[in-house]
Design a protein around this ligand. Structure first.
Ligand SMILES: Cc1ncc(C[n+]2csc(CCOP(=O)(O)OP(=O)(O)O)c2C)c(N)n1
Ligand SMILES: [Mg+2]
Length: 363
């Protein structure tokens, strides 16, 4: 039926387009301009990730989830969305958010522990991070269904990990989207690990993609470290959602090259040799080699790009610190304020207990 998505017969093999040395595997027509933009955003996301890690280690930021290694999977996919489409992230989608124009200073304010950075700009269609695993997926299906009821042709991309596919919310969301024909592209970044649980211990299912078939949803596997392949598969899934109002699922095979979050020590449960093997499949290098071969990039341009990114991150951190110094918000109690329109009695009680403790500690 389609080039990459399999339905109704299950046929799951990761689609690849770009070899690790940057050569094209097939004689594809490629959109080099978009790949160049993707390259710039991937590099920016990598450098931002590195800076966040340093700032966190210095005590300036709270816990966060690095995306190193997953840039192509999420940026290649986000690049297929229109501005009025929705992106519903988990907690590891800084790259996709940056592609969608997220403000780095906002992200830094949030990561420093302030609620203010999470305020959605008017009309924004990228939701804030969701930490409870898979809980964003029924919401994504609901947004897509609501959009169709309103007659919109915007679609939803919902992001999650391999571990999320074992949660009830994943199954409920796929069931809902399948039966109601909600236009959601379910993007699973299978990065091999759910904290310390390896993919092999996550599920006995042969692929994660095939889980979608149980709900009548076409699905595909793709090499998630290959930005071009991710784009090709996602374009097809987006077209299915937009034109036919149908959901699709993509399993992007990738690898988490960093810690799960900054609160984690992966040397306690995974072999460093595994990380080294994936270095050779770095998603950014692959596109860089293609761009160099096509004379779209040289050393001087690369250097200028690095400098531009460094300046951008420096300016964002300066702005974030400045904004934080002017905030009137109390970081602690803000967490009680945005759960229900009317706080419940237990919440009111917990809020009071918390502020009494804060006051006592400050006396
Ligand atoms: C409902 C729920 N259970 C447990 C956790 C703790 N937790 C945070 S991330 C995570 C693993 C998620 O793995 P995966 O879905 O593969 O995403 P990844 O972290 O690899 O991006 C777990 C168990 C949580 N946040 N929410
Ligand atoms: Mg995972």
């Amino acid at each position: 039926m389609t080039a990459y998505l399999s339905w109704p017969d299950p046929k799951f093999e990761p689609h690849e387009a770009l070899a690790p040395d940057g050569t094209l595997l097939e004689d594809d027509e490629i959109d080099i301009g978009t790949l160049e933009q993707i390259y710039k955003t991937m590099l920016c996301a990598r450098r931002f990730d590195e800076r966040l890690l340093k700032l966190q280690r210095q005590g300036a930021l709270g816990t966060f989830a690095p995306i190193k290694g997953q840039e192509a999977a999420q940026i290649g996919a986000a690049a297929c969305l229109r501005e009025d489409d929705w992106l519903v992230p988990s907690f590891r989608e800084t790259g996709a958010a940056l592609w969608r124009g997220a403000d780095m200073a906002d992200l830094l304010v949030t990561l420093a522990g302030w609620n203010a950075g999470n305020d959605l700009p008017e009309g924004a269609r990228t939701l804030p991070d969701t930490v409870p695993v898979a809980s964003q997926l029924p919401i994504a299906a609901g947004i897509a269904h609501a959009g169709r009821l309103r007659g919109e042709d915007a679609i939803v991309m919902a992001c999650f990990g391999d571990g999320a596919t074992s949660e009830g919310d994943f199954h409920e969301a796929l069931n809902f989207a399948g039966v109601l024909e909600a236009p959601v592209v379910f993007l699973c970044q299978n990065n091999g690990w759910a904290i310390s649980t390896p993919r092999a211990r996550q599920t006995a299912s042969q692929t994660l993609a095939q889980k979608a078939h149980a709900y009548g949803i076409p699905a595909a596997q793709v090499d998630g470290n290959d930005a071009l392949a991710v784009m090709q598969v996602t374009q097809e899934a987006v077209a299915l959602a937009r034109d036919k109002g149908q959901p699709a699922m993509i399993e992007a095979l990738t690898y988490r090259m960093e810690v799960h979050t900054t609160a984690d020590d992966p040397t306690r449960y995974r072999d460093e040799g595994e990380v080294e093997e994936w270095q050779d499949r770095d998603p950014i290098e692959r596109v860089r080699k293609l761009l160099v071969a096509r004379s779209q990039l040289d050393d001087a341009m690369q250097e200028a790009l690095e400098e531009e990114i460094r300046d951008r991150i420096d300016a964002a951190w300066k702005e974030a610190k400045d904004r934080i110094s002017r905030l009137e918000e109390t970081p602690g109690t803000a967490m009680f304020d945005h759960i229900f329109a009317e706080p419940t009695a237990p919440l009111r009680r917990q809020r009071k207990e918390f502020s009494d403790q804060e006051e006592a500690a400050n006396d």
